[in-house]
Design a protein around this ligand. Structure first.
Ligand SMILES: [Zn+2]
Length: 79
């Protein structure tokens, strides 16, 4: 079986650097979660920075349903 390269990274995701994904790239403040959409296969989330009054779309990588769907495709024989 062949897992997508990013598969293990999803479960072990931790803040890697000083700036987390949910912090504003402009001012570094923690942003407020607005909404999530995964229709494209990517785990995209909208966060709003109250200070900048701007919304930022954060890409958390491949959406979970896409990972599972891809895994199922490559595992059609083994059930
Ligand atoms: Zn900001």
């Amino acid at each position: 079986m062949k897992w997508p390269f990013s598969f293990s990274a999803i479960f072990s995701r931790k803040p890697a650097g000083p700036l987390s994904l949910t912090q504003c790239p402009d001012c570094g403040r923690e942003m407020i979660f607005v909404e999530k959409f995964t229709m494209t296969g990517d785990d995209l989330r909208t966060y709003r920075c109250q200070r900048c009054r701007k919304e930022h779309i954060v890409n958390f990588g491949t959406a979970m349903w896409k990972v599972l769907s891809d895994a199922n495709k490559s595992e059609d024989d083994a059930s």
